[in-house]
Design a protein around this ligand. Structure first.
Ligand SMILES: CCCCC/C=C\C/C=C\C/C=C\C/C=C\CCCC(=O)SCCNC(=O)CCNC(=O)[C@H](O)C(C)(C)COP(=O)(O)OP(=O)(O)OC[C@H]1O[C@@H](n2cnc3c(N)ncnc32)[C@H](O)[C@@H]1OP(=O)(O)O
Length: 206
């Protein structure tokens, strides 16, 4: 079989459609003993993060809250700047809110991890001014692979489901950021006066 697409370009690796199903040897996630207590806000992992950073004027400013187990919740208000169609949220934006919420779960395990795969079901349209109630949990862990799912409900924690996601995060060392990030931003992050954020980046998984 040819390894090129119709334009002759390398199509890249094949889609991994089964990748979001944990393997048979996966285990249940273990909440870290020093994870934030249920009800506590997790805080931003990086001030300029588009999803959670307080210093990011264009960002979503998502504030995830720890729950029991390896689970978080967050509320996200859809703003006029988030539109795709008139008066409706852009799907990619909703996927970003899900990605960020899912990403914050890894802090309850005390690992740093990046999104490898994110699958999103858009179940119903989400109007501007909607408060989306996000609820995410880690379902299984297999080596460096962390499997998680999330839902976003309209109007309340028991409201109708508007979006659903399943994700695979891959645990990385802090070197992932040092080797791949831009030096100026890396230096600034290393000098972050916020002790909790530095700890999250450097002490967890040095
Ligand atoms: C110094 C300053 C540092 C400041 C840092 C600040 C804060 C840090 C703290 C926490 C924050 C961390 C992240 C941000 C959190 C939330 C934001 C939302 C999350 C994101 O938005 S984050 C950005 C988007 N994300 C990426 O930018 C990833 C790009 N990517 C890569 O960097 C590599 O691709 C990587 C590392 C993923 C893997 O590379 P690798 O070489 O380490 O590992 P390898 O390929 O061997 O995969 C190992 C096993 O995972 C399986 N696997 C891998 N990828 C898969 C896929 N896509 N689908 C299915 N399975 C997959 C393999 O099949 C194998 O499985 P098996 O072991 O069974 O064979």
């Amino acid at each position: 079989m040819s390894n090129t697409n119709s334009r002759g370009a390398d199509p890249g690796p094949p889609a991994r459609s089964t990748a979001l199903t944990p393997p048979a040897d996966a285990t249940a996630p273990v909440r870290h003993p020093e994870a934030p207590a249920p009800g506590e806000l997790l805080g931003a992992h990086y001030g300029h993060c588009f999803g959670c950073g307080g210093e990011q004027p264009h960002g979503l400013h998502l504030a995830a809250r720890a729950e029991e187990g390896v689970r978080v919740t967050a509320e996200f208000t859809v703003r006029p700047a988030h539109q795709g169609a008139p008066g409706l949220a852009h799907g990619g934006l909703l996927a970003t809110a899900l990605d960020e919420t899912l990403g914050s779960l890894n802090w309850l395990l005390r690992v740093i991890a990046v999104t490898g795969k994110l699958e999103t079901d858009f179940v119903r349209p989400v109007p501007v001014d909607t408060v989306l109630h996000l609820d995410a949990e880690v379902t299984a862990v297999a080596g460096r692979k962390i499997y998680s799912t999330a839902t976003g409900r309209i109007g309340g924690p028991d409201g109708p489901v508007a979006v659903r996601a399943a994700a695979l995060f891959i645990e990385v060392k802090v070197d992932h950021f040092i080797e791949n990030g831009r030096p100026a931003e890396i230096r600034a992050a290393m000098a972050d006066p916020d002790r909790a954020r530095r700890a999250r980046a450097f002490e967890v998984n040095p």
